[in-house]
Design a protein around this ligand. Structure first.
Ligand SMILES: NC(=O)c1ccc[n+]([C@@H]2O[C@H](COP(=O)([O-])OP(=O)(O)OC[C@H]3O[C@@H](n4cnc5c(N)ncnc54)[C@H](O)[C@@H]3O)[C@@H](O)[C@H]2O)c1
Length: 317
């Protein structure tokens, strides 16, 4: 008789560009046996579920359906990608207030039906909404994760890999802080084969110009604007990042990933969510790693935290 194993359910709230692409990437990853899509626009979730189901015979057996919040029950992870876009005449703060209200309704419903699961937030502004999800859910902060700079870190590694002509997976470098304009590249710890980038250049006879490094960071930070200008939204890389986080959780991998989480007592930074290299395992946030940053990098991180804090203070939570 075949061995019986409990289904592995992942819930996705928001079946838009990011949610649907994540569901597809998750199916391709073969990590989950149940994927439920929940969206205020039920027909959209239903259409995505139908389309995804038609790829099951070609990929991996999984149960995929358009559901309700009750279906979050038992989900190992609920991924929140639901959001609204800026309306004409609306300020960024108005939009934030509206997305926070949307998030409140979602998080309350998720926790009601699934008090033991992990919440993974991707909706922007992701650090602020991860903080809000922490406060609203009442869950241990270990179980509330924001995708944070996992995407920016991937973009950074990709661009560095192109410059140095090595596989992006062999470039070790992190973007920390806000997922947004105030994010910080950690140049001092970036390395290839254990060598700092300047050292790598000398040892391997590669030209390495400061101006090029700065351009790589600017391209990393501004990538979303560049992509949105061309195709209206970004979703493949963030979906891959979400799958990577879910994999680290489901497989209990203790993987170091730059994700957003609740930060206390970190270089004087308190009561905020932002990204730092973080160990992710079965229980969610295992621990946030302490980095030996340069004074300039620490300063950049604190500025990023201050910016996020001032936004949170304007929010009605
Ligand atoms: N964290 C990241 O790195 C990253 C990267 C890309 C996009 N994003 C963010 O992800 C979010 C989604 O982007 P998208 O391109 O998928 O948008 P989208 O408009 O394609 O999809 C959003 C979906 O949310 C649904 N929705 C709205 N309100 C809802 C509610 N109350 N309950 C349930 N569903 C609701 C909509 O019906 C829609 O299907 C945005 O906030 C975007 O900025 C984050």
């Amino acid at each position: 008789m075949a061995e019986h194993t409990a289904p592995l359910r992942i819930a996705v709230v928001g079946a838009g560009n990011v949610g649907a692409t994540f569901a597809y990437a998750l199916l391709m990853s073969r990590l989950a046996t149940e994927i439920v899509l929940i969206d205020a626009n039920f027909a959209k979730a239903e259409g995505e579920a139908m389309d995804l189901n038609h790829s099951v015979p070609l990929i991996h057996h999984a149960r995929i359906w358009a559901g309700k919040y009750e279906d979050c029950a038992g989900a190992a992870v609920t991924v929140i990608t639901a959001g609204s876009n800026q309306k004409p005449g609306e300020t960024r703060l108005d939009l934030l207030q509206r997305n926070t209200s949307i998030l409140r309704q979602i998080v309350e419903s998720v926790v009601q039906h699934n008090p033991n699961g992990i919440i993974l937030v991707a909706t922007n502004p992701v650090d602020i909404l991860t903080y809000a999800a922490n406060k609203i859910s009442g869950l241990p902060s270990q179980r509330v994760i924001g995708s944070g700079t996992i995407l920016d870190t991937a973009r950074f590694r990709y661009l560095l890999s192109e410059y140095f002509n090595v596989d992006a997976r062999s470039v070790h470098a992190y973007i920390i802080g806000e997922h947004g304009d105030s994010e910080v590249p950690v140049w001092s710890l970036a390395n290839i084969a254990g060598m700092e980038l300047s050292e790598f250049c000398v040892a391997n006879g590669v030209e390495c110009h400061q101006a090029d490094m700065e351009e790589i960071f600017h391209k990393t930070r501004d990538a979303a604007y560049q992509i949105i200008e061309r195709k209206g939204a970004t979703y493949y890389a963030v979906a891959a990042g979400l799958v990577r986080i879910v994999e680290a959780i489901l497989r209990d991998q203790s993987t170091v990933l730059s994700v957003s989480s609740y930060i206390q007592d970190y270089s004087g930074i308190n009561d905020i969510c932002l990204s730092l290299p973080t160990v992710i395992s079965r229980n969610g946030i295992e621990r946030v790693l302490r980095l030996s940053l340069t004074p300039e990098e620490t300063d950049g991180l604190k500025k990023s935290a201050d910016l996020l804090k001032s936004t949170i203070e304007q929010l009605k939570l």
